[in-house]
Design a protein around this ligand. Structure first.
Ligand code: MN
Length: 333
């Protein structure tokens, strides 16, 4: 099949790029999620196996501890202006960069300041293209996850996948397919997962680490969110709202499931999970079943993502934000 050839070609090209460089920075999108962490860690481990030096850096202020069961997770650095990379890279400068799960410079956050010249930057991603980072921009919007694309690098490199690598690869795919349930899930994802199980991945363990380990307060906040559920446009749209007061001390990754719950209402198509992250400033996660392209909706507010899952930030009070979103959604109906 055509895709198989395209995957082989892209992976071979990236492996040549890796061969031609020695010191890499790796990064992923701001507010890193399971696919962002896992794809970055999987590439880090691959580079290690290929005897290359690399360092992982995120623009986020801190890591999401949910993923700390992955090997090498604790070596991830966080960007700051004072960050001195000279312990990791000769002269503290990245010779090359591999950027994962990031469609734009904006979504890379401050890590963009660390990038070498574009010819030394590789992007691997499954979001619709926004910025082209360099000559090797490998994007497959049909891929469920960036991690599933990274697996092709393993295949073409001949590096034998060990258990740590398998756990990372499994994690990214599991996360971005919503436990193999979203419409983005492919037969390839199942094949890779099967291979990872043969290597020793225990699905129940990873699933529970990612999805079923909720803190007491996190679950209470999910409860509050569910209680706020509201219907709009005759039930076609359902929204969940949490005020900044509701969110005090709440780690975001613990309440992500509210986005999926907002779209789970029977008869509805689009779900909005709206968080007031500071007064009159809201972060919105959008989900849809079949009708609304939420990537387009998010784009109207300088956000983005995928057709069925996207995010954006909007200024204004609760009512203004909801009206603005509904207005964009209605344009598609
Ligand atoms: Mn992803």
């Amino acid at each position: 099949m055509d895709t198989i050839q395209a995957y082989k070609r892209a992976a071979t090209e990236i492996l040549t790029f890796i061969e031609n460089h020695n010191h890499f920075i790796l990064s992923a999108h701001i507010n890193a999620d399971g696919d962002a962490y896992a794809s970055m860690i999987a590439v880090y481990q691959l580079l290690g196996a290929l005897k290359k030096n690399s360092v992982m850096i995120l623009a986020d202020e801190k890591t999401v501890t949910r993923y700390d069961f992955l090997k090498n997770f604790n070596t991830i650095l966080h960007y700051s202006e004072q960050l001195d990379l000279s312990t990791y890279l000769p002269n503290g400068i990245a010779q090359a960069a591999i950027i994962l799960d990031v469609p734009s410079y904006f979504r890379l956050g401050d890590v963009r300041h660390l990038l070498p010249e574009s010819e030394h930057v590789v992007k691997i991603d499954h979001h619709p293209v926004e910025d082209v980072f360099g000559p090797i921009d490998w994007v497959d919007t049909k891929a469920s996850s960036t991690t599933s694309m990274v697996y092709e690098l393993y295949l073409q490199s001949g590096v034998q996948v060990n258990l740590d690598m398998a756990r990372a690869l499994y994690t990214g795919i599991l996360y971005d397919t919503g436990r193999f349930s979203y419409s983005n899930t492919t037969d390839r994802d199942y094949s890779i997962a099967a291979e990872m199980l043969k290597i020793g991945v225990r699905p129940a363990e990873i699933t529970s680490r990612i999805f079923f380990e909720n803190s007491f307060t996190g679950l209470k906040t999910i409860g509050k969110g569910l209680f706020s559920l509201e219907q709009h446009l005759n039930g076609l749209v359902n929204s969940i709202y949490l005020s900044s007061e509701d969110l005090i001390g709440q780690e975001q990754s613990e309440i992500e499931e509210l986005a999926n719950l907002s779209v789970s209402v029977k008869g509805g198509d689009t779900g909005l999970f709206i968080r007031e992250i500071k007064p009159d400033f809201h972060k919105i996660s959008l989900r849809s079943k079949t009708r609304v392209d939420v990537n387009q909706v998010a784009k109207a507010f300088n956000g983005g993502g995928h057709k069925r899952a996207a995010g954006c930030r909007i200024e204004g009070n609760k009512q203004d934000v909801i009206s603005a979103l509904l207005n964009e959604i209605e344009k598609q109906l």
